[in-house]
Design a protein around this ligand. Structure first.
Ligand code: FAD
Length: 393
């Protein structure tokens, strides 16, 4: 009987959908924090604890959990691990896997096992902890995990800069990275995204703005302010305007706006087919332009935004979801976007996973021996293909 693990159900690749029958194993009642001693920086938590709960418990104890995927109130630790979720702060603090030092799992056909623990170092065997990270429920069910937290930064200030072209904005991103600025967040919004979401932006979007870059300067109180000045100077090169936020309420409304960008874009036509690809950072401009061109070729309005510092692009093709023919065109466009990402030396998924939505594309990214090795791992751990069949391939 196939088994499909399900966390908060917020995944964007259809990974927790039982497409071919079987049993859905939902982890929503595994909500215990098994141990948390803040002075050790380690937490042992059940898979069903929400991302927001982990973040909050860490923060209340002077610590910090870096992963900040957008649906944190619903998504769960097990789902975050299974998708190796990212978010804006992944630029400085890394994706979920970087915070996981151990996992408790149930391996097929039903054997509990533990890898790792509250350890900063462990090279005794193959790194099976991180084989489970990002495995999208295809190798086993994560029941709990050990997390290594960090002391919380004292302050964090966002800054947004606007540019008159995609090229000028991407040049500013390259300048931030090239000058070694240690910002925590490095995000972008392209021309189409600004047009659909800019009206609600707390910063006045200047006339002619075609690209926005968001950075965040964090650290101890003095360090964060110094970094903020440096970030504003650097982003100022070629910018139309630059705006930063230091008051707590302003910072909160700024991020609330940024969190709502996806909804604003979807509202334009009632729906969107959104995809998540990643490319080497120096190909960011190419993939941003490609996503617009692909949409245009298929008669679809398109736009993108995402985690620029990680080369991670969320490209959206706007659709009326009631029109199947439009949805078909958007699916074809998404396929071309994956091909473009691969051609630029990138990947079909930066952080959402392959799931069901991108089935069949992994072998295009990893032809021949690489894909065979991937399939051999699956066969070794799950010889009868019980775990989430049909996904991540
Ligand atoms: C508004 C919104 C914003 C988002 N923003 C981001 C973002 O910024 N960054 C990002 O990376 N993602 C983002 N996501 C996607 C999603 O929130 C993440 O992928 C998240 O990690 C999924 O967690 P979940 O608990 O909802 O998992 P689910 O959707 O339930 O499952 C996702 C996958 O993980 C597997 N799985 C779930 N639990 C387990 C378990 N215990 N053991 C083994 N496998 C398991 C499932 O089988 C499935 O393949 C966003 C989604 C939404 C709706």
């Amino acid at each position: 009987m196939p088994v499909v693990p399900r966390g908060g159900g917020t995944g964007l690749a259809g990974g927790c959908v039982p497409v071919d029958g079987g049993v859905v194993v939902a982890t929503g009642r595994l909500t215990r924090v098994r141990s948390f001693e803040p002075s050790t920086w380690f937490m042992h938590a059940d898979a069903g604890v929400t991302t927001e709960t982990v973040q909050r418990l860490a923060r209340e104890n002077g610590l910090f959990f870096g992963p900040d995927p957008g649906a944190a109130e619903q998504s769960q630790l097990g789902g975050n691990i299974a998708t190796n979720a990212g978010g804006p702060h992944a630029f400085k603090y890394g994706v979920t896997g970087r915070w996981v030092t151990g996992v408790d799992v149930v391996l097929p056909p039903g054997e509990p096992a533990s890898f790792g623990g509250p350890l900063s170092k462990d090279v005794a065997g193959y790194d099976l902890t991180h084989l489970l990270v990002g495995s999208e429920g295809t190798l086993g069910i994560v029941t709990a995990a050990w997390l290594r937290l960090l002391p919380a930064p004292e302050a964090a200030y966002p800054v947004i800069a606007f540019y008159d072209s995609h090229a000028a904005g991407c040049a500013a991103i390259a300048l931030v990275v090239g000058s070694g600025l240690d910002v925590a967040v490095l995000e972008y919004l392209d021309r189409g995204t600004l047009a659909l979401s800019g009206a609600a932006c707390p910063a006045d979007v200047p006339a002619g703005a075609a690209f926005a870059v968001i950075a965040e300067a964090d650290g101890d109180a003095d360090g964060a302010l110094r970094r903020l000045r440096e970030a504003k100077d650097t982003l100022g090169h070629g910018a139309l305007t630059v705006r930063s936020y230091e008051a707590r309420s302003e910072i909160a409304s700024f991020w609330r706006w940024r969190d709502g960008v996806s909804t604003a874009v979807a509202a334009a036509r009632g729906g969107k087919v959104s995809e998540d690809v990643a490319v080497p950072r120096d190909r960011l401009l190419d993939i941003v332009e490609a996503s617009v061109d692909i949409g245009r070729r298929h008669g679809l309005e398109s736009c993108s935004w995402g985690h620029a510092g990680d080369g991670n692009v969320h490209a959206s093709f706007l659709v009326d979801p009631r029109v199947p023919e439009e949805l078909n065109r958007a699916e074809t466009a998404a396929g071309e976007l994956f091909a473009a990402a691969i051609a630029f030396g990138g990947t079909i998924s930066g952080e959402h996973g392959t799931g069901w939505v991108k089935r069949g594309f992994l072998s295009r990214q990893w032809p021949g021996p690489a894909f065979r090795a991937h399939e051999a791992v699956k066969r070794a751990l799950d010889p009868t293909n019980l775990m989430n069949p049909g996904k991540k391939r």
